[in-house]
Design a protein around this ligand. Structure first.
Ligand SMILES: [Zn+2]
Length: 329
């Protein structure tokens, strides 16, 4: 963050694919907000995911970008689901300071059945499983992983649970995804995606103000009454809950205008936006490194006419190798 925060409106609009950090001094709240356009469109379009899969992955991407851009060290932040539904895997992987890649894995038959039966809620598509948040600071540090059950709650709620459990920071996340239809230069219908999100966290100077009422009404039977939430955080949380999903995705609203609507009475400031890009970290050398760990049998079964082709699941780049090249000898 820069040393002198700008008043809201001092910058122009950050625009798409730029994360806007903000602070609401009157409420001891800090956060980040973003609208994603071209980045999301490129990732989802590259894979041509069916609509419900694209929707799910888009939410995971927004969440990953919001949290990943807050890392203060060099590393990765990864959001990943693993579950037993038609969409059994979602991965969104952010590398500091600005690179995002993501993909979804699904069973075509099971997905078609679910769509035909109208079972397309996130819960029905993902099924039962877990969502993992991984922070990886490189090969010399043990990665940190927080795991939250996928219990039918929305990704925004799951993110709230994660912050409460892992960092004890009162946090409210909002995510919105919209599929748009327009026409290309030739007048052909064109499908497009936009998404937006906001994360707000309560970070007062006095830590005791961060205490939160117990989840699920509390687990203590000792007669102790659940204490109430700090008034500032209650106000901030309720303001964030008034956000309409359309406000998060509408380019006419813009993230700065939304922040102004929510918090102007409490003195919201925005900071220099952080751009994010659709960039994969794969390379010919890295993929070759993985292949070198293959046994002779695995090499034999993956090669055809002495050649091996590997497609990166994230960016769809195809790498070609001679089987001889990857043989460990
Ligand atoms: Zn790649």
């Amino acid at each position: 963050m820069q040393s002198r925060p700008a008043e809201l409106g001092e910058f122009g609009f950050a625009g798409d694919d730029r994360v806007v950090p903000f602070q609401v001094e009157g409420l001891d709240v800090r956060g980040r907000a973003v609208q994603l356009g071209p980045l999301l469109n490129t990732i989802l379009g590259r894979h041509d995911y069916p609509q419900p899969v694209a929707q799910l992955l888009a939410e995971a991407i927004v969440l990953t970008v919001l949290i990943g851009t807050s890392l203060k060290f060099e590393g990765k932040f990864i959001v990943q689901t693993k579950s037993d539904g038609p969409v059994d895997l979602l991965v969104a992987d952010f590398s500091t300071p600005e690179n995002l890649r993501a993909y979804a894995r699904f069973n075509e038959e099971a997905l078609a059945e679910a769509i035909a039966a109208g079972r397309t809620s996130p819960q029905e598509l993902l099924g039962t499983g877990v969502l993992a948040f991984t922070i990886d600071q490189g090969s010399f540090m043990q990665p940190y992983q927080g795991i939250v059950p996928l219990d039918g709650a929305s990704l925004e709620d799951i993110a709230g649970v994660y912050f409460r459990q892992s960092e004890q920071i009162p946090t409210r996340v909002r995510l919105g995804v919209a599929e748009l239809f327009d026409r290309d230069g030739e007048g052909r219908p064109r499908r497009g995606w936009r998404a937006g999100g906001l994360i707000a966290q309560f970070l007062p100077e006095a830590p005791e103000r961060m205490r939160q009422p117990d989840l699920h009404g509390g687990d203590g039977d000792n007669g102790e009454r659940a204490f109430s939430e700090d008034d500032s955080w209650s106000e901030a949380r309720m303001l964030v809950e008034t956000i309409d999903a359309d406000e998060l995705t509408d380019p006419q609203v813009g993230i700065e205008r939304l922040l102004f609507r929510l918090f102007h009475e409490r003195g919201v400031r925005v900071y220099e936006p952080q751009a994010v890009y659709d960039r994969c970290s794969c390379s010919r050398e890295k993929v070759k490194g993985v292949l070198k760990g293959f046994s002779e049998d695995e090499i034999a079964s993956s090669s055809e006419d002495g050649k091996i082709s590997v497609t990166c699941e994230f960016c769809s780049t195809v790498y070609h190798y001679e089987a001889e090249e990857v043989r460990d000898a």
